[in-house]
Design a protein around this ligand. Structure first.
Ligand SMILES: *Cc1c(COP(=O)(O)O)cnc(C)c1O
Length: 400
């Protein structure tokens, strides 16, 4: 057995996945980043500074919450929610941005670039850049700029430049390409904050480590609250950062099952979805080898999800490995199921979840009823739903 907790190897491989498939000009900067990160990772001063920021700026630890009403209604397992929605800026993305910003400062960089789809990672990047007085350019597809106006405005209020991307489908995949291009030409003064566990090594490892605070806290909290480990973890998977953050500290607990929930969109058979692990195959995208949605000629497919944060044709390489090894299971939830779960959590618990997180809630609802009342499901509530008011209203055909 390979020890999954020490993955990846020094070249960023998780089994056959991951790696560094980039232009020659990026190899050296990525090696320097990996070296700097390897030093910081074990530097007590860096760790203390990161912990202080997580506590005083992000608001950690985030609580876990026993969703008693929802559990009672379902009549099966007890559902606990890890409340990443209570973080500053409203989701788990800030955990990673705080960490990478500290690294940027250490490396003496003056400028931050980032890519964003729904705008959540763009907002978190603009937030940490404002705080550290760094210049910030956020690449965003023109389609996403249109459908995510409030987050575009937020980024501008925080002093960031939103750079429209007009190529391809004008969404996240295209924004990522543009950000990588910018980085190649401005390597000396620029730090590229990638928002999920994708991209070339060391990003999948680095982002995982910064998000693993979710699972470390949750493991202690559930033990303190219930005296036992959960029977299963459930998290939504876009690029996979909130899921791997929850899963990773539990990988060595064989009794804990893990479910990653992809966006099933209009159903896997419709072809309109964003579920590369459930319905894709291995290939190379954005600097790493992983499961993808691509045609036989290697062309990347158009993806669809009601939630912009899950609308991505690839997934982090560590998830590809966890799927093949069988340690984690990956399932898909449709737009409709996610919307139903969204409303149910609003009404049962008084919590308005993000549409992304609603996919995880939907999976918990599916599983809980056939389980016993002394069993535990721990669900990552990756973000709050304030940003999704317009999407919900549009989907339900009701005016805002
Ligand atoms: C961005 C986002 C996601 C998807 O990203 P992952 O890297 O898969 O975690 C999920 N939930 C929320 C609330 C998000 O903002």
């Amino acid at each position: 057995m390979t020890d999954t907790t020490t993955f990846p190897d020094e070249n960023g491989h998780f089994g056959p996945y991951g790696g560094r498939f980039v232009a020659e000009t990026l190899i050296l900067p990525l090696q320097q980043l990996a070296q700097e990160y390897a030093n910081c990772r074990i530097d007590p001063e860096f760790i203390a500074e990161l912990d202080a920021d997580l506590q005083h700026y992000v608001g950690r630890p985030s609580p876990i919450y026993h969703a008693k009403s929802l559990s009672r209604e379902l009549g099966g397992a007890q559902i606990y929610l890890k409340r990443e929605d209570l973080n500053h800026t409203g989701a788990h993305k800030i955990n990673n941005c705080v960490g990478q910003a500290l690294l940027a400062k250490r490396m003496g960089k003056q400028r931050i670039i980032a890519e964003t789809g729904a705008g959540q990672h763009g907002v978190a990047s603009a937030t940490v850049a404002a705080r550290l007085g760094l210049e910030c350019d956020v690449y965003m597809g023109e389609t996403d700029i249109e459908r995510q106006q409030p987050n575009v405005y937020r980024m501008r209020l925080l002093g960031a430049n939103v750079c429209p991307v007009g190529s391809g489908a004008r969404t996240l995949k295209d924004a990522l390409n543009e950000a990588l291009r910018d980085w190649v030409s401005n390597i000396d003064d620029t730090f590229y904050i990638i928002g999920t566990v994708a991209g070339p090594h060391p990003y999948p490892q680095m982002v995982r480590d910064f998000q693993a605070v979710i699972g470390r806290e949750a493991r202690q909290q559930i033990l303190a609250m219930t005296g036992r480990l959960p029977d299963a973890l459930i998290a939504c998977v876009g690029g996979g950062s909130n899921a791997i953050g929850l899963f990773h500290p539990f990988l060595d607990d064989p009794s804990v099952a893990m479910y990653g929930v992809e966006a099933g969109g209009e159903g896997l058979e419709s072809g309109r979805h964003s579920a590369p692990l459930s319905a894709g195959r291995p290939g190379v995208l954005h600097g790493n080898r992983t499961y993808l949605m691509e045609y036989d000629d290697g062309q990347i497919m158009q993806t669809h999800s009601i939630s912009a944060g899950l609308d991505y044709p690839g997934v982090g390489p560590e998830h590809a490995w966890l799927k093949d090894s069988g340690r984690a299971r990956y399932v898909a939830v449709t737009d409709r199921e996610a919307l139903d779960a969204f409303h149910r959590l609003c009404l049962s618990e008084g919590i308005i979840p993000a549409l992304e997180s609603s996919h995880a809630i939907a999976q918990a609802i599916k599983m809980a009823a056939s389980m016993q009342p002394d069993q535990i499901l721990l669900v990552n509530l990756s973000g709050r739903g304030d940003k999704d008011m317009q999407s919900i209203a549009d989907a339900e055909g009701i005016g805002l």
